[in-house]
Every structure is written in C-alpha cells, then in structure tokens.
Design a protein around this ligand. Structure first.
Ligand code: GLN
Length: 249
C-alpha cells in the first residue's frame, strides 16, 4: 500500500468551522485509492526534526487570540518549514494559518503578530472590530488546466494584500479584501485560502488535486485518482451555486 504523510499543525488551536475536517477528507479520499494517509500533529513545543519528511503540511484557521499564542512557536520553525517548501512539500493553509505564513497579521487593536515570511503578502484587520468579511463565498480557480468553482464560508477581519498569484477569482463574496476580485494565494505546491467549509468536503476535486500532486511528486509518475461516487457532494454544490450565483454554476 502506498503511503502519504501529513503534518497537521496546531490542530486544537487552528480549527475554526470544522477545518480539521480537511484532514479527514484527505484521509478518506486517499483510502478510497488504497493510499494510507499517516497523520502527524505538531502542537506547541513539538520537536519534529524534519519537516521535509512530510507530503503535506496543513494549517487551519484560528481566531486572533490563538494566532497570538502560537506565533512564537511557528517563528521558531521557520527554517524547517522553508526547507519543506523548497523541496516541494504541499502546503494547505486556511485563513488564520494562511495569514501567519505571510509577513505579518496586524489585528484590529493594531497589534502586529509576526508571520514566518514564507510568502510576501501581509494582512491588516480593520480597526473597527465589526468590519469583517462574513458569509458564503464562491471563487473560480484552475486545477490541472481546467476551471473549477470552489465554494466555502469566510469569516475574517484581516485584509490580505501584496498577493502575487491568487488562488481564484471571486464570483460571490469578498475574498482577500472587502469586495476583492481575488481570493487566497497559490503556487504549484501551495493553496492558501480564506475558505472554511471545511474546504475539501465541498470541493472534492481540490482534494484529489492535492493527492495527485503528492503522489506524482513521490513516485515521479502520472497519478490519475480513481472515480469516487461524489453524487451527494455534487448535488450540494449545484444547490449552493443556484442559490448564490443564480444558476450560473
Ligand atoms: N483572526 C483572523 C481574522 O479575523 C483569522 C480568522 C479565521 O481564521 N477565520 O482575520
């Protein structure tokens, strides 16, 4: 049996709106292809030595308070995380996790939480605590050369700027900033997004895209994931597209 390894960072602190479900979805979709997904956790003070040993590094979303609590620990891992990124390990990051991989996150009190600076973007929240991007969101991205609509739920005060390569174009909702055209950040081995959901339960093709990337990186061969019956997921998606995009989905 093939095996992939995921490092789930700060699972108890970064788990807004069921974000840990993303790891479960990856595990389920791997299992359906006879791939074991071995899940490791990094908690505050954890002593993993080799981050390059993983196929996926995952961070969920978190409130300002949790972001503040874990920022120093994350900073201490900067070189190890950079090494994993340089080797092509896949990074999946949601909301608060997305923010902390950039330069910094300035919260609504003006307090600056340093990010690890793996990417050049930065995030500032409005000083008005009530000013938040909240609600359903639909974006359009490209996966393996095909357009794909990604659906989720956003709830963030942070406004992220200096994005060089967004994850998608906003069709409904806000995205990186209020009324923004762009959502998230992406590279070949990076998906960073404001979309909770959990993200991968509503967007099975994105989960398969990540699994395929990891399998191809590991084996050096083309990986085509076998079909899974996603009828319920697809029905749910089409109902939400009807509701949010007026049938343009
Ligand atoms: N605390 C951050 C913000 O409000 C991130 C929130 C989140 O992860 N949903 O922007």
């Amino acid at each position: 049996m093939q095996k992939l390894k995921i490092l789930h960072m700060y699972p108890a602190m970064l788990d807004l709106y069921g974000d840990s479900g993303n790891v479960e979805i990856l595990g389920y979709r791997c299992k359906m292809r006879d791939i074991e997904l071995e899940i490791h956790k990094h908690n505050l003070g954890g002593r993993e030595t080799d981050f390059t040993d993983y196929d996926i590094i995952y961070l969920g979303g978190g409130a300002d308070f949790e972001q503040q609590l874990l920022a120093d620990d994350l900073l201490g891992l900067k070189d190890k995380i950079q090494a994993a990124y340089d080797k092509g390990v896949y990074f999946l990051m949601i909301c608060g996790g997305y923010q902390l991989m950039g330069q910094y996150y300035k919260d609504s009190n003006g307090k600056k939480i340093p990010g690890i600076g793996l990417f050049s973007y930065h995030t500032c929240a409005s000083t008005n605590k009530r000013c938040r991007c909240i609600g359903n969101i639909v974006i359009e991205t490209e996966l393996d050369g095909e357009k794909y609509k990604v659906i989720g739920f956003e709830n963030h005060g942070g406004q992220t700027t200096d994005i060089t390569s967004p994850f998608g174009k906003v069709l409904f909702g806000n995205g990186n900033e209020f009324g923004s055209q762009a959502e998230g950040y992406s590279e070949k081995n990076v998906t960073a997004t404001y979309l909770h959901g959990p993200l991968l339960s509503k967007n099975p093709k994105l989960a398969d895209h990540i699994i395929s990337y990891c399998m191809e990186r590991k084996t050096g061969e083309k990986f085509t994931p076998s079909e899974i019956n996603d009828r319920l997921e697809e029905e749910c998606r089409s109902q939400l597209f009807d509701r949010l995009l007026g049938g343009k989905g």
